[in-house]
Design a protein around this ligand. Sequence first.
Ligand code: BES
Ligand code: MN
Ligand code: ZN
Length: 502
Amino acid sequence: MKTNQLTINVARTAAENVDAHAIPVASDGPLSADITFTRAQLTALGFNSAVGQTLVLPNGKSKYLIVVGIGEAAKANADVLRTSAAALARAASKMSSVATTLANVGRGDRAEIAQAVTEGLILATHRYDALRGEKKLSAKLKSVTLVTLASIQAAVVRGAQRGEVIADAVCLARDLANMPPAHLTAKMIAERAQKIGAETGVKVEVFNKDQLLAMGCGGMIGVNRGSVNPPRMVKISYRPSASRGAAKSSAKKTATKIKAPHLILVGKGVMYDSGGISLKPSDAGHAMMKADMSGAAAVLATMSTLKALGCKNQVTAYMMCTDNLPSGSAMAMGDVLTMRNGKTVEIHNTDAEGRLVLADGLSLAAELKPDAIVDIATLTGACARALGPQMSGVMGNNQRFVDQVVNAAKSTDEQIWQLPLERKYRPMLDSYCADMRNIGGSEAGAITAALFLDEFTSGLPWAHIDIAGPMWADGDSGWLQRGATAYGTRLLVNLAENFKRR
Ligand code: BES
Ligand code: MN
Ligand code: ZN
């Protein structure tokens, strides 16, 4: 599966015909011998080696020399080098091939740094250009060679391969979220998931409307009622293949086979959120609601990487896919839905639909009794207003598991901030005739949404990631490209790989 156009190679030397050599420059210490300029000359040209700063210069060995700022050498970690690599990709976007020593510098594990550099290069090159007739905006850059030393070559190769798998998955999730409603219905994303599952070695099962009805998924059916496009629930299963160590020990004592930790991901897949009968105004934000399936896209993208990365944990995913539209048959205010776990919900705003489809997804997840459940959803404008476009919000019922989510965010530079799951606010959801209403009051909207979801987790360790803020980028910057960001994909891959049972 390859969704991006850039090839990353690892070699001991650069090919002779590359367009540019790109050399990292720290703000301290001596310049690389490959740079034919003095620091004073670079400074005179306005280059001060800040993270992500680049300068294209004439060169002897190739057409161009690109100097790439990495800031203070001692602080150049994987996050810094991911950002610097993205800046390099932008500076070279009109060239076709570049050789760089960027993966050799900085502090930290060599494979992790090569992975971050690869991610930065690919993510800043990708563009959703499928629907543009002329003047495609995609970068011309086709190949980047990470020129490396013999002593670290194996680690750089390993890191670059991991980086390609992960960045490719991010590009897939971005493409899916950028696709207009008519180009990607629930049925179409389910078919896409089946294809991706077959290509990447994970099991995919698709559940249609009749099956969802039979299963008692009242949230999915209720939200879908206004649409002519039927809903789909997609279940994806990954099991680690028995490691060599485990095989050895199980030969001796098959009776005490230890099961791998089991994590379940649940993604909000609202293909287009018009608000339903509680129709959203046609302002700037409304067209963005085609990306209200960004959680489901991140989940699918994550699952596509697990076999290639050799993930040691068992991971199951549910994508809850439908659109939310008004019509004569649409869910109405005052309607009461019965969710998969039997709880009833009185509808007070049809635009609070994400929690309704997640309620069924969380109920199904809890039935499998996993070690933990994480949901990811473009859930509330309140969370976006509180935290802005740079970070998601996380809430949960188990601090140790929330900490694992926060750590995954720290390792991937996808910022997150924990909000309190304040149970004193639970009465805000009280209904006079059902187990709860689907909205709280005008305050603490991100928290009341999470309290609603908590009703469907059966008390299992659970965390909820609200990505309403970072799901969209208004412009290109760092490794983000304008449009759907696929935020959470790299975070979830990291969480799936490092997940520990308490
Ligand atoms: N998909 C929206 C939330 C959203 C808003 C995501 C902006 C990304 C950017 C969600 O379904 C929604 O409409 N939420 C309502 C909930 C309210 C009715 C309680 C909201 O936040 O206004
Ligand atoms: Mn909505
Ligand atoms: Zn929504």
